[in-house]
Design a protein around this ligand. Structure first.
Ligand SMILES: *[C@@H]1O[C@H](CO)[C@@H](O)[C@H](O)[C@H]1NC(C)=O
Ligand SMILES: *[C@@H]1O[C@H](CO)[C@@H](O)[C@H](O)[C@H]1NC(C)=O
Ligand SMILES: *[C@@H]1O[C@H](CO)[C@@H](O)[C@H](O)[C@H]1NC(C)=O
Ligand SMILES: *[C@@H]1O[C@H](CO)[C@@H](O)[C@H](O)[C@H]1NC(C)=O
Ligand SMILES: *[C@@H]1O[C@H](CO)[C@@H](O)[C@H](O)[C@H]1NC(C)=O
Ligand SMILES: *[C@@H]1O[C@H](CO)[C@@H](O)[C@H](O)[C@H]1NC(C)=O
Ligand SMILES: *[C@@H]1O[C@H](CO)[C@@H](O)[C@H](O)[C@H]1NC(C)=O
Ligand SMILES: *[C@@H]1O[C@H](CO)[C@@H](O)[C@H](O)[C@H]1NC(C)=O
Ligand SMILES: *[C@@H]1O[C@H](CO)[C@@H](O)[C@H](O)[C@H]1NC(C)=O
Ligand SMILES: *[C@@H]1O[C@H](CO)[C@@H](O)[C@H](O)[C@H]1NC(C)=O
Ligand SMILES: *[C@@H]1O[C@H](CO)[C@@H](O)[C@H](O)[C@H]1NC(C)=O
Length: 409
């Protein structure tokens, strides 16, 4: 009771303060600029199934109170626009370029279409762009190079076509570049090698072709995820890749890469996922792979590799490599030299055994998967809960889940 009496005056004060700020900003010309820009965007939204903009983006309140809008605390200018997952249909108008303090622009999971107006190049404060899961078309504009502060560029799952512009190589602050699930073609630009802060590079599920430039990875010391699967890449795996000592996820699967898997793969001691399936790789599997301390998922299937197995992985990881022999494959080696790396103790769990296993099925799950599970439990004698079961579709989903978890704003 006493508390309420005590609180009342301060609440009145807060309300008054709030109103005066709103009144001030409504009169300030810069807020009107932002307001006009957002109203223009609203006018370009042709379908808003939840009526969010229609009911919420009204002149009755300052834009800073509009849904999805965040303003800077000092200047009351729009700094973040987050309209993700609102099922909006529409286009992006040039007026958006007038939000000159915009730092984060997230419209993923909508149905925006058309191409991006060049005026947006003026948004030089942008650090985060997420246009993922929309229907944008046309080329990735070369003027994206003007976002000099950009750290994250997410254009995944759209209809972007043409080549990846070399100008992206000037985005020296870029940490995450995700262009997967588009219609991109041509070579991977050598200019990517300029991005010395890059941690994630996802270009998978496009039509990229050509060889990987030999110097591409010379100066990408922070690279953690490199996912180039399902493209038309050929040639050898460049040795410069093995300078990327921070790599954790490496997928070059479903391309036409040839040559051997270099011994230097042993340099990538932080690798936890390695997918090279469905290529044209030849030669021996470097035995050092069996000693990578954090490797949990391995798929080398559908290649032309030879050599011995590591008994820490199931034979499914090697399926389609006719030259393979040794446990767990049924074919015996003539000169048996099986590697038997000891299971390592997990640092976090203390007594839990960090046993490396994976099942990576070549084609779907179903009966084959069921059989393989039984096979592992039977042959290794490990308790079921130690065995990590992975199916290809699920693997992709899992990588995606990582993306959407950290990709949001
Ligand atoms: C809202 O404000 C803008 C800019 O001040 C103005 O152009 C527009 O006519 C206003 N809309 C309504 C419905 O009052
Ligand atoms: C608009 O949405 C925001 C955030 O949900 C809410 O705080 C505000 O009251 C809404 N304004 C109107 C006029 O509905
Ligand atoms: C999108 O929003 C709907 C509810 O509006 C929710 O069920 C769904 O999980 C959201 N999806 C994502 C990817 O955020
Ligand atoms: C905002 O941008 C549009 C289109 O780029 C331009 O025509 C207009 O003059 C700008 N409006 C304001 C208030 O700055
Ligand atoms: C960017 O803004 C400047 C003024 O700040 C203006 O002169 C120029 O026309 C704008 N460019 C585009 C592409 O909108
Ligand atoms: C891409 O465009 C094609 C037709 O040009 C369309 O069928 C498809 O749905 C589009 N995909 C996306 C993700 O917008
Ligand atoms: C790459 O960086 C160098 C300097 O570090 C610069 O001269 C060059 O223009 C950059 N390349 C691109 C495509 O931005
Ligand atoms: C692999 O690591 C060794 C020792 O750390 C280093 O000398 C060598 O240059 C590395 N190889 C590559 C290709 O980065
Ligand atoms: C693999 O290499 C062989 C021999 O060079 C070639 O005939 C074949 O087309 C290649 N396969 C793929 C999928 O690139
Ligand atoms: C695998 O390699 C061997 C020897 O290099 C070659 O004879 C054979 O055609 C290759 N098989 C495939 C499927 O590329
Ligand atoms: C993998 O192991 C299963 C079960 O022992 C066996 O039936 C199958 O032939 C093996 N696959 C290969 C390629 O050796």
């Amino acid at each position: 009771m006493g508390n309420i009496v005590f609180l009342l005056p301060s609440m009145v004060f807060v309300v008054l303060l709030h109103n005066s700020v709103a009144a001030l900003s409504a009169e300030s010309p810069t807020t009107t600029t932002d307001q006009l820009a957002l109203l223009a965007l609203k006018a370009h939204v042709t379908h808003d199934p939840q009526n969010l903009l229609a009911t919420n983006w009204t002149n009755a309140t300052s834009v800073c109170n509009w849904i999805g809008v965040t303003c800077g605390s000092n200047h009351q200018r729009v700094t973040t626009l987050d309209l993700s997952n609102m099922s909006l249909v529409g286009t992006v108008p040039p007026h958006l370029a007038n939000l000159s303090f915009l730092s984060q622009l997230n419209i993923r999971f909508n149905h925006f279409h058309g191409s991006l107006p060049m005026e947006l190049a003026n948004l030089s404060s942008l650090k985060y762009i997420n246009f993922g899961y929309n229907n944008f078309q046309g080329e990735i504009p070369s003027w994206f190079a003007s976002f000099t502060q950009l750290q994250s560029l997410f254009l995944y799952h759209n209809n972007f076509s043409g080549v990846i512009p070399s100008s992206l190589g000037s985005l020296l602050n870029l940490e995450k570049l995700m262009l997967y699930d588009n219609d991109l073609e041509g070579h991977i630009p050598t200019a990517i090698k300029n991005l010395s802060n890059l941690k994630w590079l996802y270009l998978d599920n496009n039509k990229l072709s050509g060889q990987l430039p030999s110097t591409l990875f010379d100066h990408l010391p922070k690279l953690q995820h490199l996912v180039l699967e399902v493209n038309l890449l050929f040639g050898r795996i460049p040795t410069s890749l093995f300078k990327c000592q921070e790599l954790q996820v490496l997928s070059l699967s479903v391309n036409a890469l040839e040559g051997s898997v270099p011994q230097e793969i042993g340099n990538l001691t932080k690798l936890s996922e390695l997918y090279l399936y469905s290529n044209n790789l030849t030669g021996e599997i470097p035995s050092i792979i069996g000693s990578l301390p954090f490797l949990e998922y391995l798929d080398l299937s559908d290649n032309n590799l030879t050599g011995n197995q590591f008994d820490t992985f199931t034979n499914d990881s090697y399926m389609g490599n006719l030259g393979l022999c040794g446990f767990p494959l049924s074919k015996e080696c003539s000169n048996e030299q099986n590697l038997e790396p000891q299971p390592t103790k997990s640092d976090e769990d203390g007594d839990a055994v960090n046993w490396k296993f994976s099942i990576l099925m070549g084609y779907g799950c179903g009966l084959v998967c069921g059989l393989s599970m039984g096979y592992i439990v039977f042959t290794t004698g490990k308790p079921w809960w130690l065995v990590k079961v992975f199916e290809r579709g699920q693997q992709k989903y899992d990588i995606r889940r990582k993306i959407s978890r950290s990709g949001g704003s």
